[in-house]
Write a protein that binds this ligand. Structure first.
Ligand code: SF4
Length: 315
């Protein structure tokens, strides 16, 4: 692009060879375009970044602080509590960044919020022979905690670090299931359907995972070497879809972007009107959190109730 520095990145979906600076400018531009296209957050809004400590978190924070008032950025980071999966190392850079940029950091854990670490939840599940996957507890609790912090601390938006690969996999999973409710939920303009939900947006949704990896490496990010030991319990459908999508992308670079844009357009023309006419979600009779239409209790109360944990205060 600049014709000056030595190229370091071959961006196959555009056919361009880019130096480090042009690569960064390109990511920043695509990030800004997506934020503006869907008004993901506006200058006066307080935004809460949900950061796990991984490379995508690193890129999200790096780009958001370029465009937003740092006085209006907060971070929430959750330690799940898994033996041998050293999240302390993983989140050290978040603590440093929060200190050096003056950002509010809300550091919490499953133990603090629900009274038990993920390991303890899993062993309780085992002893009662319930059979819920660790990743289900993990996903449900993480979403609940993030919304709790955003809602009770008055943030306007939650920003998560999902990348293009994550988003296309989720779109395809919901298309295969024929689940239009979940399909539309992933679109940046979908309404929250409850005054208790803080809107979640994903500003990296047009950036490939290989690009967040390359960018994080270029900026000196240190990758965590240990994987969560529960990774083998993750849903297999997503892994199958991911492998197929990578093969398609390899044969036809740019496919993931085209799939995302096509499904976005379909949702915008066919589904957004439908979803905006839906009524407010009902509240869980146990904890008060919003829950799906037709349900009396929420997924979290059902999950934790099965292993004997009271959820009355967890909203
Ligand atoms: Fe949570 Fe499963 Fe990911 Fe481990 S692999 S962090 S349990 S979602």
């Amino acid at each position: 692009m600049c014709g000056e520095a030595k190229a370091r990145i071959l961006q196959k979906h555009t056919g361009r060879a880019l130096c480090s600076k042009c690569f960064r400018d390109d990511l920043l531009k695509r990030f800004k375009d997506e934020v503006l296209r869907y008004s993901m957050f506006t200058p006066g809004e307080r935004v809460l970044l949900a950061l796990s400590g991984g490379k995508d978190s690193y890129v999200l924070l790096d780009l958001v602080k370029e465009v937003h008032d740092v006085g209006k950025i907060g971070i929430v980071t959750i330690v799940e509590g898994v033996e041998g999966y050293n999240r302390v190392d993983d989140i050290a850079w978040i603590e440093d960044a929060a200190r050096s940029y003056g950002l509010d950091l809300h550091l919490t854990s499953f133990k603090e919020f629900a009274g038990l670490s993920l390991d303890e939840l899993v062993s309780l599940d085992k002893s009662r022979e319930v059979g819920t996957s660790p990743c289900t507890y993990c996903g449900v609790l993480r979403r609940r905690i993030i919304n709790y912090y955003a809602r009770t601390l008055g943030y306007d938006k939650v920003l998560t670090a999902h990348n293009l690969d994550d988003e296309v996999q989720t779109y395809v999973m919901n298309l295969l299931r024929g689940d239009k409710g979940r399909l539309v939920q992933n679109h940046p303009l979908s309404p929250t359907l409850s005054k208790y939900f803080v809107k979640r947006v994903k500003p990296l949704r047009k950036i490939y995972e290989w690009e967040t990896t390359a960018y994080a490496l270029m900026r000196g990010y240190k990758f965590q070497v240990t994987e969560c030991p529960y990774i083998r319990f993750r849903p297999t459908l997503r892994a199958i879809i991911r492998d197929h999508l990578y093969e398609i992308e390899r044969l036809k670079p740019g496919s993931l972007i085209r799939i995302l844009e096509t499904v976005d357009r379909y949702i915008e023309t066919e589904l957004l009107r439908w979803v905006s006419q839906l009524s407010e979600l009902p509240q869980c009779s146990m904890c008060g959190s919003p829950t799906a239409y037709g349900r009396n209790t929420c997924v979290m109360c059902d999950l934790l109730g099965k292993i004997g944990i009271s959820t009355r205060l967890l909203f």
